[in-house]
Design a protein around this ligand. Structure first.
Ligand SMILES: Cc1cc2nc3c(=O)[nH]c(=O)nc-3n(C[C@H](O)[C@H](O)[C@H](O)COP(=O)(O)OP(=O)(O)OC[C@H]3O[C@@H](n4cnc5c(N)ncnc54)[C@H](O)[C@@H]3O)c2cc1C
Length: 504
């Protein structure tokens, strides 16, 4: 069978379609973005009697939440030792507790509404096959002891990855994110919430922050706004663009002749590897992920899907390869998400972003924190995740490194052109060239038609690079992605890349 380039979660997805916003709306809270963050916030607010309108520029769950691997865990890589040394025991402990609370709340919602979303408890494992990371994982286990995290250091794991050491966190979970989001949607609608799809929001009024403006000229007047757009498309002078970077990962789904022994796995070595399984169409599908890299920074010989395929074939006795997909997430300067008020002057605008590929629990943390702020209830985690925090030491070092990297990408992109002949360009490939002094991107389709775009990202003017694996123009600075013809796929950009008339 030909494998599918879509996430398994979306195959046969049953979430009903919602209309485009075609009239002005008035509500208490507008939620922009219908991924796990936006829908969970809408669910919590609507079930607390608040009027909500949710808008998404695409379809529900078609962002990162529909492209995830959906492990629900507080084991977020080797973070606890680092958090203890950067922020102290109390903050590190708060981080862990907030994530475990979030996992419990997800389970509560699933039980309350009897949601069939394959929620099941699984142990989570970090593992390494090198001595340097073994020492780091042992130190991480020491931090588990200090924070009373239920874990265990191991010299063997039940799956066929070679290891020197592994660290287990017991009693974590996994689910099917689209089945879960469908149930949230049903409850939001039952409680009077409204949802609009294919409605891109481009602005929150600068004079009256309670007016949300959609691209099709409709407006939503409201008391509060939650920006749940993954990267905040509206930054309100809070410089999120300078405080986060995007990175992509790839997933392959296959059946195997071997029986899966259970567990959710993540290597801490490079290239990172992630593994879990899911029951789908009466088959056990193994989801193997990895091949992370910063969005927009591609090595020409990069073949992420082939690398995963080869690994799967060597280690996991592949029967049939069935799915492939990729997605990206954002990491903040200090690795803690930004959740709360957009900035000090924008009391009525909230944001949730920067989950570092741990959005199942973090979207619930965010929805809870923001809902409690809107309902004027106490929440113990408000300070920890406050977007305006500043943790001087680690922040500053990373700020300089990351901005150097962004500046380098900006400059290299602008001057680093190739002058290959267009004739030699293969079908379904792209290249850059100078045209009237301007760098343009050319894509040759399977009918030999050339599609030419200005390679200046319409978000903040960085230079996009060609991603040959996904056939897209990707921005290395803030993760906006565009189709070969310039149409926006994802990220903070609202406008497409400018098309270039290449005939003169
Ligand atoms: C490969 C991969 C694997 C992952 N695996 C895990 C995992 O195992 N466990 C885990 O905890 N986390 C995981 N994550 C992270 C997790 O999937 C994300 O953090 C989470 O899904 C983000 O949810 P969100 O709702 O904030 O964003 P999204 O799901 O991206 O939703 C944002 C929505 O906003 C909409 N939008 C954007 N701009 C606009 C606009 N201007 N107007 C209107 N709508 C707009 C988009 O269309 C989108 O639907 C993974 C991430 C990746 C990349």
């Amino acid at each position: 069978m030909e494998h599918l380039r879509i996430p398994l979660w979306q195959e046969g997805s049953v979430i009903e379609k919602f209309p485009t916003l075609n009239k002005n709306e008035k509500t208490e809270v507008t939620i922009i973005g219908a991924g796990l963050t936006g829908l969970t916030a809408a669910y919590l607010l609507a079930t607390n009697g608040v009027n909500v309108v949710v808008v998404d520029r695409d379809r529900i769950g078609n962002g990162t939440s529909g492209h995830t691997t959906a492990k629900i865990t507080a084991q977020h890589g080797m973070v606890y030792n680092e958090f203890i040394s950067h922020f102290g025991m109390e903050q590190a402990s708060m981080y862990f507790l907030s994530q475990m609370d979030a996992m419990d709340k997800i389970e509560e919602i699933i039980q309350k509404h009897e949601i069939k979303c394959q929620f099941e408890k699984q142990d989570a494992y970090l593992f390494t096959n090198n001595e340097q990371n073994q020492r780091k994982l042992e130190a991480e286990f020491e931090s588990y002891r200090k924070l009373n995290i239920d874990g265990e250091g191991l010299l063997e794991i039940p799956v066929n990855f070679p290891i020197k050491y592994a660290l287990k966190m017991r009693n974590q979970a996994q689910f099917h994110p689209m089945q879960y989001m469908k149930a949230l949607v049903d409850v939001i609608i039952e409680h009077g919430g409204k949802i609009y799809e294919n409605t891109s929001v481009y602005d929150i009024d600068s004079n009256d922050h309670r007016v949300v403006r959609a691209v099709n000229q409709q407006t939503i007047v409201c008391d509060q706004v939650i920006i749940a757009t993954h990267f905040p498309f509206f930054e309100g002078e809070a410089f999120y663009s300078a405080r986060m970077y995007p990175s992509r990962s790839y997933v392959t789904g296959f059946t195997s002749n071997s029986k899966y022994p259970g567990g959710m796995y993540l290597s801490v070595d490079q290239p990172a590897r992630s593994l879990r399984t899911v029951q789908h169409n009466n088959q056990e599908i193994w989801l193997l992920g990895g091949e992370n890299h910063k969005t927009g920074q591609y090595n020409e010989n990069n073949t992420p899907y082939d690398n995963l395929k080869e690994l799967a074939q060597t280690k996991f006795d592949v029967k049939e390869r069935m799915y492939e997909w990729s997605a990206q997430d954002y990491t903040t300067l200090d690795k803690l998400p930004y959740i709360g008020r957009l900035n000090k002057n924008r009391e009525e605008i909230f944001v949730a972003t920067g989950y570092r590929k741990w959005g199942m629990t973090n979207s619930m943390v965010a929805a809870n924190v923001i809902t409690d702020m809107i309902l004027q209830k106490d929440n113990p985690y408000i300070d920890l995740y406050r977007p305006t925090r500043f943790h001087a030491d680690p922040d500053l070092k990373k700020f300089i490194t990351m901005n150097t990297n962004v500046a380098k990408e900006y400059i290299m992109g602008k001057i680093g052109t190739k002058n290959d002949e267009i004739d030699q360009l293969k079908q379904n490939s792209a290249m850059k060239m100078k045209h009237h002094g301007q760098t343009i991107g050319l894509f040759k389709d399977s009918q030999n038609k050339i599609h030419a775009v200005d390679t200046t990202c319409t978000h903040l003017g960085c230079e996009v690079n060609w991603n040959d694996t996904e056939k897209s123009w990707d921005c290395p600075c803030h993760g906006s992605r565009f189709q070969y013809d310039g149409a926006v796929i994802e990220g903070p950009a609202i406008e497409p890349l400018n098309k270039i008339d290449f005939s003169n």
